[in-house]
Ligand binder design. Structure first.
Ligand code: NAD
Length: 295
Protein backbone atom coordinates (compact mmCIF):
# COMPACT_ATOMS: atom_id res chain seq x y z
CA UNK A 1 0.00 0.00 0.00
CA UNK A 2 1.20 3.49 -0.82
CA UNK A 3 1.65 6.65 1.24
CA UNK A 4 -0.49 9.21 -0.52
CA UNK A 5 -0.79 12.94 0.18
CA UNK A 6 -4.18 14.47 -0.71
CA UNK A 7 -4.76 18.23 -1.01
CA UNK A 8 -8.28 19.58 -1.59
CA UNK A 9 -10.99 17.66 0.29
CA UNK A 10 -14.07 19.45 -1.06
CA UNK A 11 -17.19 18.01 -2.70
CA UNK A 12 -15.10 15.75 -4.93
CA UNK A 13 -11.80 15.33 -3.08
CA UNK A 14 -13.47 14.34 0.20
CA UNK A 15 -14.99 11.18 -1.27
CA UNK A 16 -11.91 10.41 -3.36
CA UNK A 17 -9.54 10.58 -0.37
CA UNK A 18 -11.96 8.43 1.65
CA UNK A 19 -11.92 5.77 -1.09
CA UNK A 20 -8.10 5.68 -1.12
CA UNK A 21 -8.14 5.18 2.67
CA UNK A 22 -10.84 2.51 2.34
CA UNK A 23 -8.62 0.59 -0.09
CA UNK A 24 -5.90 0.49 2.58
CA UNK A 25 -3.65 3.36 1.49
CA UNK A 26 -2.01 5.58 4.09
CA UNK A 27 -3.62 8.95 3.19
CA UNK A 28 -2.27 12.22 4.63
CA UNK A 29 -4.83 14.89 3.87
CA UNK A 30 -4.98 18.67 3.91
CA UNK A 31 -7.58 21.32 3.10
CA UNK A 32 -7.89 24.98 4.10
CA UNK A 33 -11.35 24.14 5.46
CA UNK A 34 -11.43 22.69 9.01
CA UNK A 35 -14.78 21.04 8.24
CA UNK A 36 -13.40 19.23 5.21
CA UNK A 37 -10.37 18.09 7.22
CA UNK A 38 -12.55 16.74 10.03
CA UNK A 39 -14.66 14.75 7.51
CA UNK A 40 -11.52 13.28 5.92
CA UNK A 41 -10.19 12.26 9.33
CA UNK A 42 -13.51 10.58 10.16
CA UNK A 43 -13.23 8.72 6.83
CA UNK A 44 -9.85 7.23 7.77
CA UNK A 45 -7.33 9.81 6.51
CA UNK A 46 -4.54 11.29 8.62
CA UNK A 47 -4.91 15.04 9.15
CA UNK A 48 -1.83 17.00 7.99
CA UNK A 49 -0.84 20.43 9.32
CA UNK A 50 -0.36 21.99 5.89
CA UNK A 51 0.16 21.25 2.20
CA UNK A 52 3.96 21.20 2.56
CA UNK A 53 3.75 18.40 5.16
CA UNK A 54 1.48 16.42 2.84
CA UNK A 55 4.06 16.55 0.06
CA UNK A 56 6.95 15.23 2.18
CA UNK A 57 7.74 11.56 2.55
CA UNK A 58 4.94 10.19 0.34
CA UNK A 59 4.86 8.09 -2.83
CA UNK A 60 2.24 10.28 -4.53
CA UNK A 61 0.44 13.59 -4.04
CA UNK A 62 -3.14 13.95 -5.34
CA UNK A 63 -4.62 17.44 -5.74
CA UNK A 64 -8.34 18.17 -6.24
CA UNK A 65 -8.58 21.97 -6.25
CA UNK A 66 -10.99 24.51 -7.78
CA UNK A 67 -8.97 26.01 -10.66
CA UNK A 68 -5.56 26.46 -12.31
CA UNK A 69 -4.45 29.29 -10.05
CA UNK A 70 -4.98 27.13 -6.94
CA UNK A 71 -3.05 24.23 -8.46
CA UNK A 72 -0.14 26.48 -9.55
CA UNK A 73 0.04 28.09 -6.09
CA UNK A 74 -0.10 24.78 -4.18
CA UNK A 75 2.50 23.22 -6.50
CA UNK A 76 4.90 26.20 -6.39
CA UNK A 77 4.56 26.99 -2.67
CA UNK A 78 4.16 23.55 -1.12
CA UNK A 79 4.48 20.52 -3.37
CA UNK A 80 7.48 21.19 -5.64
CA UNK A 81 9.77 22.49 -2.87
CA UNK A 82 8.97 19.56 -0.54
CA UNK A 83 8.33 16.42 -2.60
CA UNK A 84 11.32 14.06 -2.86
CA UNK A 85 12.57 13.28 -6.40
CA UNK A 86 10.59 10.36 -7.83
CA UNK A 87 7.34 11.36 -6.10
CA UNK A 88 4.36 11.04 -8.43
CA UNK A 89 2.09 14.09 -8.65
CA UNK A 90 -1.52 13.52 -9.75
CA UNK A 91 -3.67 16.58 -10.37
CA UNK A 92 -7.33 15.59 -10.68
CA UNK A 93 -8.67 19.19 -10.75
CA UNK A 94 -10.25 20.53 -13.95
CA UNK A 95 -7.88 23.33 -15.01
CA UNK A 96 -6.65 25.13 -18.11
CA UNK A 97 -4.30 23.27 -20.43
CA UNK A 98 -1.59 25.96 -20.26
CA UNK A 99 -1.28 25.70 -16.46
CA UNK A 100 -1.41 21.88 -16.57
CA UNK A 101 1.53 21.81 -19.00
CA UNK A 102 3.45 24.54 -17.14
CA UNK A 103 3.28 22.82 -13.73
CA UNK A 104 4.27 19.50 -15.34
CA UNK A 105 7.38 21.18 -16.80
CA UNK A 106 8.32 22.80 -13.50
CA UNK A 107 7.87 19.45 -11.74
CA UNK A 108 9.92 17.56 -14.31
CA UNK A 109 12.77 20.05 -13.78
CA UNK A 110 12.79 18.89 -10.12
CA UNK A 111 12.80 15.19 -11.00
CA UNK A 112 9.08 14.76 -10.26
CA UNK A 113 6.56 12.93 -12.43
CA UNK A 114 3.19 14.53 -13.04
CA UNK A 115 -0.08 13.46 -14.59
CA UNK A 116 -3.12 15.66 -15.21
CA UNK A 117 -6.06 13.39 -14.44
CA UNK A 118 -9.36 15.29 -14.50
CA UNK A 119 -12.52 13.33 -13.91
CA UNK A 120 -15.89 12.73 -15.46
CA UNK A 121 -18.66 11.99 -12.97
CA UNK A 122 -19.95 14.15 -10.15
CA UNK A 123 -20.05 13.99 -6.36
CA UNK A 124 -21.96 10.68 -6.29
CA UNK A 125 -19.29 9.07 -8.49
CA UNK A 126 -16.53 10.54 -6.31
CA UNK A 127 -18.19 9.09 -3.20
CA UNK A 128 -18.95 5.78 -4.88
CA UNK A 129 -15.51 5.32 -6.46
CA UNK A 130 -16.93 5.22 -9.97
CA UNK A 131 -15.22 8.22 -11.61
CA UNK A 132 -13.71 8.13 -15.10
CA UNK A 133 -10.17 9.53 -15.21
CA UNK A 134 -8.66 10.96 -18.40
CA UNK A 135 -4.92 11.08 -17.93
CA UNK A 136 -2.16 13.15 -19.55
CA UNK A 137 1.50 12.33 -18.91
CA UNK A 138 4.31 9.96 -19.88
CA UNK A 139 3.69 6.21 -20.18
CA UNK A 140 5.83 5.66 -17.09
CA UNK A 141 3.87 8.22 -15.03
CA UNK A 142 0.56 6.75 -16.23
CA UNK A 143 1.64 3.24 -15.24
CA UNK A 144 2.39 4.48 -11.70
CA UNK A 145 -0.81 6.55 -11.45
CA UNK A 146 -3.21 3.94 -12.82
CA UNK A 147 -3.47 1.65 -9.73
CA UNK A 148 -3.99 4.69 -7.48
CA UNK A 149 -6.67 6.18 -9.72
CA UNK A 150 -8.35 2.77 -10.07
CA UNK A 151 -9.11 2.93 -6.30
CA UNK A 152 -11.29 5.97 -7.01
CA UNK A 153 -12.81 5.17 -10.37
CA UNK A 154 -14.31 2.68 -12.79
CA UNK A 155 -12.19 3.72 -15.80
CA UNK A 156 -8.68 5.15 -16.13
CA UNK A 157 -7.73 6.13 -19.69
CA UNK A 158 -4.35 7.35 -20.94
CA UNK A 159 -5.03 10.33 -23.23
CA UNK A 160 -1.41 11.09 -24.20
CA UNK A 161 1.27 13.58 -23.16
CA UNK A 162 0.94 16.19 -20.37
CA UNK A 163 -2.17 18.35 -20.71
CA UNK A 164 -4.12 15.92 -22.90
CA UNK A 165 -6.21 14.77 -19.93
CA UNK A 166 -7.45 18.36 -19.61
CA UNK A 167 -7.94 18.57 -23.38
CA UNK A 168 -10.12 15.43 -23.27
CA UNK A 169 -12.15 16.82 -20.38
CA UNK A 170 -12.85 20.23 -21.91
CA UNK A 171 -13.59 18.81 -25.39
CA UNK A 172 -15.97 16.26 -23.86
CA UNK A 173 -17.81 18.93 -21.89
CA UNK A 174 -17.90 21.28 -24.88
CA UNK A 175 -19.68 18.49 -26.77
CA UNK A 176 -21.91 17.65 -23.81
CA UNK A 177 -23.06 21.27 -23.39
CA UNK A 178 -23.91 21.59 -27.08
CA UNK A 179 -25.88 18.32 -27.18
CA UNK A 180 -27.73 19.25 -23.99
CA UNK A 181 -28.76 22.68 -25.32
CA UNK A 182 -29.81 21.14 -28.66
CA UNK A 183 -31.76 18.39 -26.89
CA UNK A 184 -33.58 20.95 -24.73
CA UNK A 185 -34.53 23.17 -27.64
CA UNK A 186 -35.67 20.21 -29.75
CA UNK A 187 -37.99 18.94 -26.99
CA UNK A 188 -39.43 22.44 -26.58
CA UNK A 189 -39.83 22.85 -30.34
CA UNK A 190 -41.51 19.45 -30.69
CA UNK A 191 -43.99 20.37 -27.96
CA UNK A 192 -44.64 23.82 -29.45
CA UNK A 193 -45.36 22.19 -32.84
CA UNK A 194 -47.87 19.77 -31.33
CA UNK A 195 -45.76 16.61 -30.90
CA UNK A 196 -46.03 14.87 -27.52
CA UNK A 197 -42.55 14.99 -25.85
CA UNK A 198 -42.68 11.28 -24.84
CA UNK A 199 -43.48 10.35 -28.45
CA UNK A 200 -40.64 12.57 -29.66
CA UNK A 201 -38.35 10.74 -27.18
CA UNK A 202 -39.53 7.34 -28.40
CA UNK A 203 -38.73 8.33 -31.99
CA UNK A 204 -35.56 10.40 -31.61
CA UNK A 205 -33.93 8.04 -29.08
CA UNK A 206 -33.97 5.45 -31.87
CA UNK A 207 -33.11 7.88 -34.65
CA UNK A 208 -30.08 9.96 -35.57
CA UNK A 209 -30.74 12.76 -33.05
CA UNK A 210 -30.02 10.38 -30.17
CA UNK A 211 -27.29 11.34 -27.67
CA UNK A 212 -26.34 10.76 -24.03
CA UNK A 213 -28.04 14.06 -23.17
CA UNK A 214 -31.31 12.60 -24.45
CA UNK A 215 -31.21 8.91 -23.52
CA UNK A 216 -29.31 8.99 -20.20
CA UNK A 217 -29.99 12.48 -18.92
CA UNK A 218 -33.23 13.65 -20.49
CA UNK A 219 -33.83 17.32 -19.55
CA UNK A 220 -37.64 17.00 -19.53
CA UNK A 221 -39.28 15.69 -16.30
CA UNK A 222 -41.09 12.38 -16.69
CA UNK A 223 -39.47 11.53 -20.02
CA UNK A 224 -36.66 8.95 -20.42
CA UNK A 225 -34.79 7.41 -17.47
CA UNK A 226 -34.68 8.97 -14.01
CA UNK A 227 -32.54 12.13 -14.22
CA UNK A 228 -32.04 15.46 -12.36
CA UNK A 229 -35.04 16.82 -14.35
CA UNK A 230 -37.19 14.50 -12.21
CA UNK A 231 -35.77 16.10 -9.04
CA UNK A 232 -36.36 19.71 -10.01
CA UNK A 233 -32.79 19.87 -11.39
CA UNK A 234 -31.28 19.42 -7.91
CA UNK A 235 -27.99 17.48 -7.65
CA UNK A 236 -26.18 16.31 -10.76
CA UNK A 237 -23.60 18.55 -12.48
CA UNK A 238 -23.99 22.19 -11.47
CA UNK A 239 -24.50 24.72 -14.27
CA UNK A 240 -21.75 26.91 -12.75
CA UNK A 241 -19.28 24.05 -13.26
CA UNK A 242 -20.44 23.52 -16.84
CA UNK A 243 -19.91 27.24 -17.45
CA UNK A 244 -16.42 26.98 -15.93
CA UNK A 245 -15.55 24.11 -18.30
CA UNK A 246 -16.96 25.95 -21.32
CA UNK A 247 -14.80 28.96 -20.47
CA UNK A 248 -11.77 26.65 -20.29
CA UNK A 249 -12.70 25.27 -23.72
CA UNK A 250 -13.04 28.79 -25.14
CA UNK A 251 -9.71 29.83 -23.62
CA UNK A 252 -7.95 26.77 -25.02
CA UNK A 253 -9.58 27.30 -28.43
CA UNK A 254 -8.33 30.89 -28.39
CA UNK A 255 -4.78 29.72 -27.58
CA UNK A 256 -4.94 27.20 -30.44
CA UNK A 257 -6.59 29.63 -32.87
CA UNK A 258 -9.51 27.19 -33.23
CA UNK A 259 -13.11 28.16 -33.80
CA UNK A 260 -15.80 26.64 -31.51
CA UNK A 261 -19.00 28.55 -32.33
CA UNK A 262 -21.27 25.92 -30.71
CA UNK A 263 -19.22 26.05 -27.51
CA UNK A 264 -19.36 29.87 -27.57
CA UNK A 265 -23.15 29.82 -28.01
CA UNK A 266 -23.54 27.27 -25.18
CA UNK A 267 -21.27 29.36 -22.92
CA UNK A 268 -23.41 32.48 -23.53
CA UNK A 269 -26.57 30.52 -22.65
CA UNK A 270 -25.06 29.01 -19.49
CA UNK A 271 -23.76 32.45 -18.48
CA UNK A 272 -27.31 33.84 -18.77
CA UNK A 273 -28.70 30.87 -16.81
CA UNK A 274 -26.10 31.31 -14.04
CA UNK A 275 -26.74 35.07 -13.93
CA UNK A 276 -30.46 34.33 -13.55
CA UNK A 277 -29.90 32.13 -10.47
CA UNK A 278 -29.36 28.72 -12.11
CA UNK A 279 -25.81 28.39 -10.80
CA UNK A 280 -26.45 25.41 -8.52
CA UNK A 281 -29.05 23.69 -10.69
CA UNK A 282 -28.05 20.73 -12.83
CA UNK A 283 -26.88 21.74 -16.31
CA UNK A 284 -29.98 20.14 -17.90
CA UNK A 285 -31.96 22.89 -16.12
CA UNK A 286 -30.91 25.18 -19.01
CA UNK A 287 -34.23 24.01 -20.53
CA UNK A 288 -35.92 26.52 -18.20
CA UNK A 289 -33.99 29.41 -19.72
CA UNK A 290 -34.81 28.22 -23.25
CA UNK A 291 -38.47 27.89 -22.25
CA UNK A 292 -38.55 31.47 -20.96
CA UNK A 293 -38.91 30.41 -17.31
CA UNK A 294 -36.87 31.70 -14.37
CA UNK A 295 -34.24 29.40 -12.88
P1 NAD B 1 -14.83 22.31 -3.94
O1 NAD B 1 -14.80 23.80 -3.98
O2 NAD B 1 -15.94 21.61 -3.24
O3 NAD B 1 -13.45 21.77 -3.29
C1 NAD B 1 -12.20 22.38 -3.46
C2 NAD B 1 -11.48 22.28 -2.13
O4 NAD B 1 -10.16 22.81 -2.29
C3 NAD B 1 -12.15 23.12 -1.01
O5 NAD B 1 -12.44 22.27 0.08
C4 NAD B 1 -11.11 24.18 -0.68
O6 NAD B 1 -11.08 24.52 0.71
C5 NAD B 1 -9.83 23.48 -1.09
N1 NAD B 1 -8.71 24.38 -1.33
C6 NAD B 1 -8.68 25.51 -2.08
N2 NAD B 1 -7.44 26.06 -2.06
C7 NAD B 1 -6.69 25.25 -1.27
C8 NAD B 1 -5.35 25.29 -0.84
N3 NAD B 1 -4.52 26.28 -1.22
N4 NAD B 1 -4.88 24.32 -0.02
C9 NAD B 1 -5.72 23.33 0.39
N5 NAD B 1 -7.01 23.23 0.02
C10 NAD B 1 -7.49 24.19 -0.80
O7 NAD B 1 -14.71 21.83 -5.46
P2 NAD B 1 -15.11 20.39 -6.05
O8 NAD B 1 -16.53 20.38 -6.45
O9 NAD B 1 -14.58 19.34 -5.14
O10 NAD B 1 -14.27 20.41 -7.40
C11 NAD B 1 -12.86 20.21 -7.42
C12 NAD B 1 -12.41 20.12 -8.87
O11 NAD B 1 -13.10 19.04 -9.51
C13 NAD B 1 -12.72 21.38 -9.70
O12 NAD B 1 -11.63 21.63 -10.54
C14 NAD B 1 -13.98 21.00 -10.47
O13 NAD B 1 -14.10 21.71 -11.69
C15 NAD B 1 -13.74 19.51 -10.70
N6 NAD B 1 -14.96 18.70 -10.92
C16 NAD B 1 -16.04 18.87 -10.09
C17 NAD B 1 -17.18 18.09 -10.29
C18 NAD B 1 -18.39 18.25 -9.38
O14 NAD B 1 -19.46 17.70 -9.71
N7 NAD B 1 -18.29 18.94 -8.23
C19 NAD B 1 -17.23 17.15 -11.34
C20 NAD B 1 -16.11 16.99 -12.14
C21 NAD B 1 -14.97 17.77 -11.91
Amino acid sequence: MARIGFIGLGNMGGGMAANLAKKGHDVRAFDLSADALAKAEAAGCLRAADAATVARDVDAVVTMLPAGRHVAAVYDDAVLPNAAPGTLLIDCSTIDVVTARAVAERAAAKGLMVVDAPVSGGIAAADGGTLTFMVGGSGEAFAKAEPILACMGKAVIHAGASGTGQVAKLCNNNLLAATMVATCESFLLARRLGLDPQTFYDISSKATGQSWSMTSYCPLPGVGPDSPADRDYQGGFASALMLKDLKLALGAAGEANASIPMGAAAAALYQAFVNGGGERLDFSGIIRLLDGQTA
